[in-house]
Design a protein. Structure first.
Length: 493
């Protein structure tokens, strides 16, 4: 329940332009009738069918608890034609350094950055990265586009909804990303970040997105982060290319989002780079053993075993391609470490494979590498994972023993009264990484991103041009390798 009220509070801070129709509705229900009581002034509001406490509080600009304090009977639920006394809103002083500006209104532009006076800065530069101090830590404009489903907020009534229904509300699905992103903003503002953040609600309707892109303020953005559905992302990415604005795609696994658009940054690495990262790791850490790739005839990617073998051969590794588990068992060596690479996308196959090799662990030196998404499989036996020295490869790994992660988790718990979900870590990492790049390099950061490394909470970043083609965008190529050691996950890379 608390998460819902956190969302409603966040919603009240988001730009009113995102839900103009909703704001018009709020204005329509605002009463002009005033009544005096105990020396204080109150608006007299008559409840209409379908109205909620939250809606009424936003119409009058007061807190829900303030309404309840003056009208205790509402704790039992609102009723049509019920009379409420709404206190006049108290004007609160606002700290402009920590306010998220409303992108629906014209905000005072920092000196020298008015859109009319700004010209696109070329991405390519001959100035060595880090030496162009004139572009460092300039005031920046960042656009964050999220599917917040604000049009559904009116129907969200926590007083009558079950907890299960609340968890399934669309408006809460991507909220953790925003919450994590805000923590990154707050952290960097303390380090001197000068930021104007524009937040837009962008759902599936492409017509709404096309209309949004006509907003002149968007052309002045230094960075766009778009957690968008594919068709909308393509529209915004085209706009970003035309206006020379870097744009980040946080979640898509589609490789085509970076093709022929040099401004796109794809955070999720591709499966091909996973094989390359694994082969690099085995070359450094497992080169003395023999690599046995177990082909799974039921695995959806029929060619992936051959692709990995090719990567291993390119690194002069001793690699064997085994057609099934029985052949792999026959290839085991008692004089070397046997690195078993197994592809599985269902629990039954993975459990059967682990059980068979677990029984051989005392006779052979075995290490198991699970691909491609073993960390998503459920019900895997911890004894098997630990006994087979299992290695997993994933773009995401949270090490809760790291001081920075502990601090992020604590801040999240304090601010949102919940534990951070994967999307919260993703929002924090993307915000911290890209806003730090803006602070350090200014809008020239794409030219410097290749060698820009930064500790993050879950996702590491190692960006390269897709296909080494300057016409393409950047794709993250980093995969984390971690293993089960003493029944705990330990990061190795």
């Amino acid at each position: 329940m608390y998460r819902l009220f956190c969302f409603l509070a966040l919603f009240s801070a988001l730009p009113c332009v995102l839900a103009q129709t909703y704001q018009d509705q709020l204005k329509a229900i605002h009463s002009a009738v005033v009544e005096q009581k105990d020396g204080k002034s109150f608006y007299v509001h008559m409840v209409k069918k379908g109205q909620t406490l939250y809606m009424i509080s936003k119409a009058y600009g007061v807190e829900v608890n303030d309404i309840i304090a003056e009208n205790p009977v509402v704790k039992e639920g609102l009723k049509a034609d019920q009379k409420l006394l709404i206190p006049f809103p108290v004007q609160k002083k606002e700290n402009p350094a920590t306010r998220i500006p409303d992108p629906g209104s014209r905000q005072p532009e920092p000196v020298g950055t008015h859109p009319a006076s700004r010209t696109p800065v070329p991405v390519s530069t001959n100035v060595p990265c880090g030496s162009d101090t004139a572009n460092r830590n300039k005031p920046c404009h960042v656009v964050l586009m999220l599917p917040l489903y604000l049009e559904e907020v009116e129907a969200m009534n926590p007083e009558t909804a079950a907890e299960e229904a609340i968890e399934n509300w669309n408006s809460l699905k991507y909220l953790p990303f925003y919450e994590g992103f805000r923590l990154a903003v707050d952290s960097l503002q303390k380090q001197g970040l000068h930021l104007t953040l524009h937040v837009y609600d962008v759902g599936k309707d492409t017509l709404v997105t096309q209309k949004l892109l006509k907003n002149p303020e968007l052309k002045s953005a230094d960075l766009i982060i778009g957690l968008l559905f594919n068709k909308n992302f393509q529209l915004v990415a085209k706009f970003a290319l035309e206006n020379n604005i870097p744009i980040v795609n946080p979640l898509s696994e589609r490789s085509d989002v970076v093709l022929n658009n040099e401004m796109v940054f794809k955070v999720n690495p591709s499966k091909n780079s996973q094989l390359e990262s694994l082969a690099d790791f085995m070359q450094k850490s497992m080169y003395r053993g023999q690599i046995i790739i177990i082909r799974n005839g039921q695995f959806r990617d029929k060619d992936i075993a051959d692709k990995l073998k090719k990567e291993c051969l390119a690194r002069n590794l001793n690699v064997i391609l085994a057609e099934g588990q029985d052949v792999a068992i026959g290839k085991l060596s008692k004089g070397k470490e046997n690195v078993l690479v197994a592809f599985a996308d269902n629990n039954a196959y993975a459990l059967d494979l682990m059980r068979r090799f677990y029984e051989l662990r005392n006779d052979y030196n075995l290490s198991l590498v699970g691909l491609t998404d073993w960390e998503k499989l459920e019900g895997l036996e911890t004894d098997f994972l630990n006994g087979l020295n299992t290695h997993l490869v994933s773009p995401y790994f949270v090490d809760y023993s790291v001081a920075g992660v502990k601090k992020m988790v604590l801040n999240y718990q304090v601010n949102y009264k919940a534990d951070p979900e994967p999307l919260a870590f993703q929002g924090f990492d993307i915000g911290y990484y890209f806003l730090s790049a803006l602070m350090k390099f200014g809008k020239l950061f794409p030219a410097c991103i290749k060698d820009f490394r930064l500790p993050t909470s879950q996702t590491s970043f190692e960006f390269r041009r897709a296909g080494n083609n300057t016409a393409n965008g950047f794709e993250n190529r980093h995969w984390s390798v971690y293993q089960y050691e003493n029944f705990k996950l330990v990061r190795l890379d």
